[in-house]
Design a protein around this ligand. Structure first.
Ligand SMILES: Nc1ncnc2c1ncn2[C@@H]1O[C@H](COP(=O)(O)OP(=O)(O)OP(=O)(O)O)[C@@H](O)[C@H]1O
Length: 227
């Protein structure tokens, strides 16, 4: 089986005035369709940078990223936006919901971007948020929701367009341990139901053990990975 994500010799150097910071140093990974991969490493080792480059949120200084065989490092911004809309969902540690939109409108954001009719967006968002225990919060704004509820909405937003790949950067990092396990289980269940691929960053080794495979990163370098 061909990998769904291939990263080859990814390097990311941030330049601040005269100082160069190598956040990622020739990192290479391959992720296969339907896999759940955890990226682990110490603080500052380059986990978030790697995820941002894989998802096309940032560009590498050098190196290549292929998703479903497409060279996303070569795409322009417009091509990247369209590609992400059709193939990629992203879950952030800090939820990053749109404050002016309700829970269901946030969840349906990707569907709205695709131009789906609003009643259809509502039906799909209501069904999924109901399954996630948020049936009574459809019209709440993010500020009216707890952290765990906000992260459920953000997972719904990532999952609802049925992307091939979901990237999640410390998806449970801002939550207490009980809520964080519930959210992790929910994310894994939805990803597996959709047959999607999940790559998530965590510093929690228990969460990492729930993945099919763990990718270790140290000082911006990925370790050789078996399969
Ligand atoms: N936009 C940026 N500008 C400058 N330096 C950056 C930027 N983003 C990240 N870095 C630096 O790159 C290195 C890797 O950062 P990154 O956020 O990828 O690490 P991480 O492993 O996700 O860390 P943590 O677990 O603490 O979130 C760090 O030294 C960080 O300070």
């Amino acid at each position: 089986m061909d990998p769904i994500i291939t990263a080859e010799n990814l390097t990311k150097i941030y330049r601040m005035k005269n100082v160069k910071m190598t956040a990622l140093d020739q990192a290479s990974i391959a992720v296969y369709p339907g896999e759940v991969c955890a990226i682990v490493g110490t603080s500052g080792s380059g986990k978030s940078t790697l995820l941002s480059l894989l998802a096309g949120l940032e560009r590498p200084t050098s190196g290549k990223v292929f998703i479903k065989g497409k060279p996303i490092h070569r795409m322009n911004e417009k091509q990247l936006v369209a590609f992400r809309l059709n193939h990629i969902g992203f879950v952030f540690q800090a939820f990053n919901l749109f404050p002016v939109l309700t829970a269901w409108e946030n969840a349906a954001f990707g569907l709205a971007c695709r131009g789906e009719p609003r009643p259809l967006q509502y039906r799909k968002a209501k069904r999924l948020l109901g399954r996630m225990g948020l049936q009574d919060h459809l019209n709440h704004k993010p500020i009216e929701l707890s952290g765990g509820q906000q992260q459920r909405v953000s997972i719904a937003r990532a999952v609802l367009p049925k992307p091939d790949i979901i990237f999640a950067d410390e998806p449970t990092g801002n939550l207490d341990s009980h809520t964080s396990q519930q959210i992790m289980d929910m994310l894994l269940e939805l990803v597996r139901d959709n047959g999607a691929t999940l790559v998530f960053v965590t510093h929690d080794l228990e969460k990492a053990q729930q993945a099919d495979r763990i990718i270790h990163i140290t000082d911006g370098k990925t370790e050789l990975q078996g399969r």
